[in-house]
Design a protein around this ligand. Sequence first.
Ligand code: TXA
Ligand code: MG
Length: 349
Amino acid sequence: METKVAIINNINNDIEYLKEAASIIYDGGLVAFPTETVYGLGANALNEAAVLKIFQAKGRPQDNPLIVHVASKEIDELVEYVPEVAKELMDKFWPGPLTIILNKKDIIPNRTSANLSSVGIRMPNSEIALKLIELSGCPIAAPSANISGRPSPTDVERCIEDLNGKVDYILGGMQSDVGVESTIVDCTVMPPVVLRPGGITLEMLKEICNEITIDKAIQGKPDENLKPKAPGMKYRHYAPKAKLKIIKGNREKTIEKINEIVQNYIDNKKRVAILSTEEFKSKFPLGETISLGSENNLNEVARNLFESLRKCDDIKVDLILCQAFEEKGVGLAIMNRLNKAAGFNIIEV
Ligand code: TXA
Ligand code: MG
């Protein structure tokens, strides 16, 4: 398949590209597009055949439901009922990195919801994404625009790397600002439950509804007794090609441990990358450090996380090491992605 790539620098000047992409969506094709979280791979959410193409292009398991993206808060056509708390969350955080799970109406095909009776809805905070949805005249189902299992793309180059030749159109725009996928909140239960942490933190959600809890499977290694409620969270995910290990403990000890492992690998003629914050870079003289940003700015760390994992693949290292972050604020989302990318390979020191 030939993939057309168009970069949108200015919505008004480049509106023809958006119209072209929108008509592809309307006609049942696939379009990758930027959002503030990560790039998405979109199709008409109401068209079963179009949605099937998403699963095929990504190599995505069919039991993993898609998030439906909308351009307005008027979602009565898509869902059975919007509880008061969901309305408050939408008012506060939409457009933005928050997906709300509600009971779906029949207009949402089972293919989109992977046979669940609920559906995840999100209004992205991206001018390009909102315009694309509006012009398409339909809600857009969109998972992250990566090949299944790989780190999500946060810029158009990474989208092209994964999807060129597999989709009809790739729209490029700004680099994704949040860098990790949306927070998912299940509002089919009361009190609501966070199924995936993201840019809207638990602390922020609790300001709207203090009873909101988090799915226990978010922080632990999923197994028979601990099944995540978001089907997608059970898969190995976000994974670079090299093995990733997380080193957890006090700073002095983790630095010592990392340097010891690096020395060991180097002695065996192997290459190691260290995902490090700016503040700690100089503590790792032997390995190849890739900066995640400042220790004091976890939003920056989240923004750089997936791109840093992909950089490790570019330079073909044998092992990646990363110090654990505190699971507070957006740190919860960062650690959730790191744990999954590492397959819960964690060394405590
Ligand atoms: O930020 C985002 O949400 C990005 C951008 C493109 O909007 N999209 C995204 O989609 O991350 P995806 O497909 O990579 O992740 C969707 C997650 C999966 O873990 C899936 O299992 C869960 O949402 N999910 C979708 N619908 C659900 C439902 N009805 N109940 C429970 N989990 C659901
Ligand atoms: Mg994904």
